[in-house]
Design a protein around this ligand. Sequence first.
Ligand code: NAD
Ligand code: LMR
Length: 345
Amino acid sequence: SAIPANAAPVTVTVTGAAGQIGYALLFRIAAGDMLGPDVPVRLKLLEVPQAVRSAEGVAMELDDGAFPLLRGVDVTTDARIAFDGANLALLVGARPRGPGMERSDLLEANGAIFGPQGAAINAGAADDVRVLVVGNPANTNALITRAAAPDVPAERFTAMTRLDHNRALTQVAKRAEVPVSQVRRVTIWGNHSATQYPDVFHATVDDRPAPEVLEVPEDGAGWLTETFVPTVAQRGAAVIEVRGGSSVASAANAALEHTHDWVRGTPVGDWTSAGLVSQGEYGVPEGLVCSFPVISDGGPALGPDVARWSVVEGLELSELSRARIDASVAELEAEREAVRALGLV
Ligand code: NAD
Ligand code: LMR
């Protein structure tokens, strides 16, 4: 193949590797769909003891793919080993809400996962480590991870809202009856939850303003507030109901795209959405992990000086948008208060 045998591989750590998203994600990473066809990867899979044998089976199948870019697969139950030398950390494994679990129980159980994983990232990850939290509640799990990794710059911690972003793109494309490739600059604001605000006011369809094409008034009356926002915000629940299980392949695809764009850059003239640690943009309190419109100036290679997300600034927000964003941010603040009370951040 064209890939030099001595090219240094990028170390990618994936948690929850024996889970559903793990199974949909790992083979595509190995195939080069995440970092590009010229970047060799080494995979490190973290699982809990009950699932580690299954993760070993996944590693066997990865071997059996004979992927030219794959330079090795390690499986471990030890977070310190898993994150040692990690350039990219995809935190997929999380504690789902079980019967009779209160919200505080859920946050506490996830604190027990993401706190130690953050500490392990702090202790041993590569200097250029970049972290994507997929496991729910993703924004607050990212907050916990970051709090446990004080030596890693805040900008390296992200929570996934790319699936919501992609859902919004498709809903707009269907409404406008255009291919999804003709839709740009939608935004997911806030939390990866039912309070998220998918925003089309700065979007374009065939390079024309989306509100004009979609006939959306400034107060959002009609399709926007009655159909679009609830469809996107409740799509995860709708898939669970129809498919009989939560989104898996679409979530894995979104994790790949988030990471790809972070490392290799967003297309010129477009942006995407990601949960980033707020620096106060758009009045969002500092330190909250909130979804914003973002671009990355990612370069051809990983490195501490390239590939940064930055928030697209200066967008004017209508009264409707402001109120919806504030409501989702209020939920993020309440989650932060709850994990503070538990001593997790
Ligand atoms: P899953 O239950 O199939 O897999 C999760 C895996 O994580 C399991 O194998 C479990 O053993 C493992 N795990 C649990 N604790 C761990 C730990 N401490 N270390 C390592 N591994 C651990 O679930 P899934 O369908 O793969 O989904 C994973 C997560 O992604 C869930 O929290 C889900 O809610 C979330 N999700 C997020 C989005 C998003 O858009 N952000 C979309 C879909 C799903
Ligand atoms: C999704 O957006 O599909 C998931 O986060 C839903 C869920 O609760 O797992």
